[in-house]
Design a protein around this ligand. Structure first.
Ligand SMILES: [Zn+2]
Length: 288
């Protein structure tokens, strides 16, 4: 296998959850070997259980019930967008249950979203109206060319199996003076380098690509975008979600023991701020 980005040879980086993550010997891009067809995987994996705490998914404990924390994080992203585009049409790619679409609508944007999960897209439709939500992957959905001022991709980029092809489609939907905003894990963040295989972001098979700033910037430039603002954010989450991450991808035995108590107690819903800043946020525009 060769690197998706630069074509150099790859080597085994780690084995986790029964999957192999390879890393490029030259540019450092990480990639999961999914071992099956992506479309089939997406349909099976992003079910209701993914959002409601099925431990086999290493995903969310209760996405809907943790809305207050999720929205708190999303509000930070909206603030960044607002600085550059205070109004206009907005598309949230990988909108999950539609919380960001709802938030952007409240702020005055003409907001839309889509998600590959039929459970999520259905929930999002109920929240913001069916005309604003589509169901499908980036390859499957369609929008008018040059129709959006803003396209957001929060915590979705690492789930894509062909981010280059997907960026091309995103590019076609974006107005010439539009912006995209991407938030994804950074393999060269201090936390990622400290945690190594226990970094919760290394969670195959849901996460398929592992970028750092340099190789994400390279991919964006190759596909017609100029990145112009980089930042990092800490995240709010519930205590039980933190423990859930620790017991699944963090491989913590203590969290495994403590989790059942936290899940059913009020303490489990307490807010925790994780200032680890292992996520990078980039805003990019089209090349002129
Ligand atoms: Zn490479």
């Amino acid at each position: 296998m060769n690197c998706y980005l630069c074509g150099a040879s790859v080597e085994t980086y780690l084995l986790k959850n029964g999957f192999c993550i390879y890393r490029c010997s030259k540019c450092g891009l990480g990639r999961t070997d999914l071992k099956k067809e992506y479309r089939t995987f997406v349909k099976q994996h992003y079910s209701k259980g993914y959002f409601t705490g099925d431990p086999r998914m290493s995903a969310y404990v209760d996405y809907k019930d943790d809305k207050v924390y999720i929205v708190r994080n999303l509000a930070k992203f909206l603030k960044k967008i607002h600085k550059h585009k205070p109004q206009g049409t907005l598309l949230d790619a990988g909108c999950a249950l539609g919380f960001f679409v709802e938030l952007a609508l409240k702020k005055g944007y003409d907001a839309y979203g889509f998600d590959a999960s039929s459970y999520a897209a259905n929930e999002a439709s109920q929240l913001v109206g069916a005309k604003r939500i589509q169901h499908g992957t980036i390859a499957e959905v369609n929008y008018k060319k040059k129709s959006f001022d803003v396209i957001s991709m929060f915590d979705i980029f690492e789930h894509l199996d062909d981010p280059r092809a997907d960026l091309r489609k995103i590019y076609s939907w974006l107005k010439d003076d539009g912006i995209i905003i991407i938030a994804t894990g950074d393999t060269r963040s201090i936390f990622a380098q400290l945690m190594r295989r226990r970094w919760p972001f290394y969670s195959p098979p849901q996460h398929l690509f592992f970028f750092h700033k340099k190789n994400l910037a390279d991919l964006l430039r190759q596909e017609g975008f100029t990145p112009f603002e980089w930042s990092r954010i800490g995240k709010w989450l519930s205590l039980r979600y933190l423990l859930h991450l620790a017991r699944t991808t963090g491989e913590s035995r203590i969290a495994q023991l403590v989790y059942p108590f936290a899940h059913h107690s009020r303490a489990g819903k307490l807010p925790v701020y994780m200032p680890v800043r292992d996520n990078m946020v980039v805003i990019a525009k089209k090349h002129l």
